[in-house]
Design a protein around this ligand. Structure first.
Ligand code: FAD
Length: 286
């Protein structure tokens, strides 16, 4: 099913994100994790490309295929800065051969050690290319409640976001954030710019201190005092930090649901304990 259709008649959906194993798939716990996720009945599970795993060996497609075989809808992330047009065609053909129709089309981060290939400059170029190659693919795109780090202003970033929607993105998933008020400001601005597709709010529960520091330094999410106080109090007590992080995420999610957001995209970090705790609390509230 196309992800944009998931929102028909639903007041709010809950979706999950996983990343491929860094090493050998056969040795990994990803399949057990996915089995436990099935019991939580997410609207869909998306699988990252390159960021967490290797990106090579069609690993994103393989995990998406497995998710689909389990009877769960899925979306394959796909980045374009490090790919040529023929690389992208090979990936699209592979996805098509496995009946995977949902793609989260992204630019990818610019890595100075791996110069871009120049066939695609922005995610919008990838979206246009995919739609021209095979219009049956359903495209989602990323959005940034606090402005993408490469852009000078939120207004400009939202104008670029509008362009992605005009090129064919039917659904948006947001970068993680810890301050809901920033998401609401972004949402108001995006709607005022005529962006009318469903927008899911990206929520990342704190699993451990290192992980959250790495993610925040990569994406530049701002940390409200409520969050930093929690980190400071529990930083040397990993189990307490995890429980406080789960409670913080649940608090954010309940506020988002109450405010009428289209969906919550949970960055699960492949952690079934955390996903289970959050889902069991918020599922009845959607
Ligand atoms: P774009 O939409 O192309 O935007 C990138 C920058 O260019 C922005 O600052 C934008 O304002 C600007 N821009 C866009 N169009 C123009 C234009 N015409 N003129 C001038 N400036 C323009 N990364 C991975 O490697 N793998 C993943 O699996 C992955 N999953 C993600 C999932 C989500 C939900 C999100 C939000 C991000 C994910 N990322 C992933 C990170 C993403 O690749 C980076 O944030 C990347 O830097 C930007 O990607 P984008 O698709 O948003 O880029």
């Amino acid at each position: 099913m196309k992800l944009s259709e998931k929102f028909n008649g639903k007041s709010c959906i809950l979706s999950f994100e996983v990343f491929p194993p860094k090493k050998n798939m056969e040795d990994s716990t990803i399949f057990d994790t996915l089995k436990s996720f099935k019991a939580l009945d997410p609207a869909f599970i998306s699988v990252t490309y390159g960021a967490g795993g290797t990106g090579g060996d069609n690993i994103t497609q393989k995990i998406c295929s497995h998710i689909q075989d389990m009877g769960i809808d899925t979306a394959a992330h796909l980045t374009c800065v490090s790919n040529t047009k023929s690389d992208i065609i090979a990936i699209l053909d592979d996805l098509k051969a496995h009946d995977i129709t949902n793609i989260l089309a992204l630019r990818g981060d610019i890595n100075p050690e791996r110069p871009p290939k120049h066939d695609f400059e922005y995610a919008s170029d990838l979206i246009t290319f995919i739609k021209e190659y095979d219009s049956s693919f359903a495209i989602s795109a990323g959005c940034y409640p606090e402005c993408h780090p490469d852009c000078d202003s939120l207004d400009e970033d939202i104008a670029h976001l509008r362009h992605k929607v005009d090129c064919g993105a039917e659904h948006l998933m947001s970068q993680l954030f810890f301050d809901n008020s920033l998401f609401y400001t972004f949402l108001d601005k995006a709607r005022a710019k005529g962006i009318n597709v469903p927008i899911e709010a990206g929520i990342m529960p704190v699993v451990n201190k290192k992980q959250i520091e790495r993610m925040v330094s990569m994406c530049g999410a701002s940390l409200p005092p409520k969050f930093t106080k929690m980190m400071a109090r529990y930083e040397n007590r990993p189990d307490s930090l995890r429980e406080a992080g789960i409670a913080y995420a649940i608090d954010q999610i309940i506020d988002l649901i109450s405010s009428g957001v289209d969906g919550i995209h949970l960055y699960t970090m492949n952690n079934s304990y955390v996903a289970e705790k959050i889902t069991s609390t918020v599922k009845e509230l959607l």
